[in-house]
Design a protein around this ligand. Structure first.
Ligand SMILES: Nc1ncnc2c1ncn2[C@@H]1O[C@H](COP(=O)(O)OP(=O)(O)OP(=O)(O)O)[C@@H](O)[C@H]1O
Ligand SMILES: [Mg+2]
Length: 330
């Protein structure tokens, strides 16, 4: 186990500053996520930690040990990739044993550790199978077993679930999170999916164009975004000038859809806005509404479906919002 200290790390490719002066402390045993849009530098930063990409500036330490100039194979890192990178010409056991052979672990011990790693990912008995006989979710478990078998100090995941279907992504992310917690290994997890990041992470670093936009526990970033970028990336939001909400001043305000309700169902004291329903969408448990106010501002509202409501596109509606859930953006 080890905490990770990243200090002033940068990397440029040609004219692109892929990672630009990033400093981060990841705690021992922490599940830490790098979140951000395509091209923001997540993979580059992860590859620098793994030892697959050189730094232009800065340092990376595991605990007090500086590791950024060590070759990848002595860093004690397990890495899991998006495309599994499972070797098709090796059996499941052969794939999992790969890192042990490279480390010259004796056969008897290797066999024991492969069994142990397969058990951790619920693939006991699959050792003799070939990769083409496995489902996508099972292949990803093989990749995780292969990363775990070397008993790494740190586990790195680069979009490990993006090749799986939506349902499997949801169950696998819980599995990864539970496994990481039960083993107590420090993990850095890369994704561009904010919901996935919020569901698994102890903390998130939101990245934007090579830099850190905001670092914090998921609920804080969601509820208290520090910028327009953070407010929009962390989920649907209404970004409106303060005036549109009947508040003086020109500040830009973020108001999440779930902070709005029908005025008839809102607590006393919430400000009420009159408008008309421009769009209505029922997503099972959640009803989404677009409401156009008199000044043309469109607000997105989300509420739990309630069969007693009979809303219709074009109908007049009174919305109320929770004033405590307004975030004024700089
Ligand atoms: N080996 C390379 N040579 C040239 N440019 C690169 C190289 N690796 C990354 N880049 C550039 O650096 C930037 C960051 O890339 P990176 O792969 O780290 O982004 P990412 O956040 O992982 O994106 P994605 O979500 O699409 O995987 C991009 O502009 C990319 O084109
Ligand atoms: Mg990437």
């Amino acid at each position: 186990m080890a905490g990770i200290v990243i200090s002033g790390v940068s990397r440029t490719f040609g004219t692109v500053r892929a990672v630009d002066g990033v400093s981060l402390d990841v705690g021992e045993g922490e599940f830490f996520t790098l979140l951000g849009p395509s091209g923001c530098g997540k993979t580059t930063l992860l590859r620098m930690i793994a030892g697959f990409c050189e730094l232009d500036a800065g340092a990376i330490r595991f605990g007090s040990e500086r590791i950024d100039r060590l070759p990848a194979h002595v860093r004690d890192i397990g890495m899991v990739f998006q495309n599994y990178a499972v070797f098709p010409n090796l059996t499941v056991a052969g794939n999992v044993a790969y890192g042990l052979r490279a480390r010259k672990v004796p056969t008897a011990e290797s066999e024991r550790r492969v069994e142990e790693a397969l058990a951790l990912v619920q693939l006991t008995g699959y050792g003799a199978r070939w990769p083409h006989q496995l489902s996508g979710g099972q292949l990803q478990r093989v990749a995780i077993a292969r990363a775990l078998v070397i008993r790494p100090r740190v586990l790195l995941f680069d979009e490990p679930l993006s090749n799986l279907d939506a349902r499997l992504r949801v169950s696998m992310r819980t599995e990864i999170r539970e496994l990481q917690k039960s083993l107590g290994i420090t993990a850095i997890y890369v994704t561009h999916d904010q919901e996935e990041a919020m569901s698994v992470s102890d903390r998130i670093a939101l990245m934007n164009a090579g830099r850190l936009e905001q670092v914090g526990v998921p609920v804080d970033i969601y509820r208290h975004p520090v910028s327009r970028f953070a407010a929009e990336f962390m989920g649907t939001t209404n970004l409106v000038p303060g005036r549109a909400l009947g508040r003086p001043g020109d500040a830009l305000v973020s108001l999440r859809p779930e902070a709005l309700r029908l005025a008839s169902e809102a607590p006393q004291g919430w400000p009420v806005l009159a408008g008309a329903i421009a769009r209505l969408e029922l997503l099972g448990p959640i009803m989404r509404l677009d409401v156009r106010l008199a000044d043309g501002t469109v607000l997105k509202a989300a509420m739990l479906d309630a069969p007693h409501q009979h809303l219709q596109t074009g109908a007049a509606v009174a919305l109320a919002y929770d004033p405590a859930r307004l975030t004024v953006l700089p």
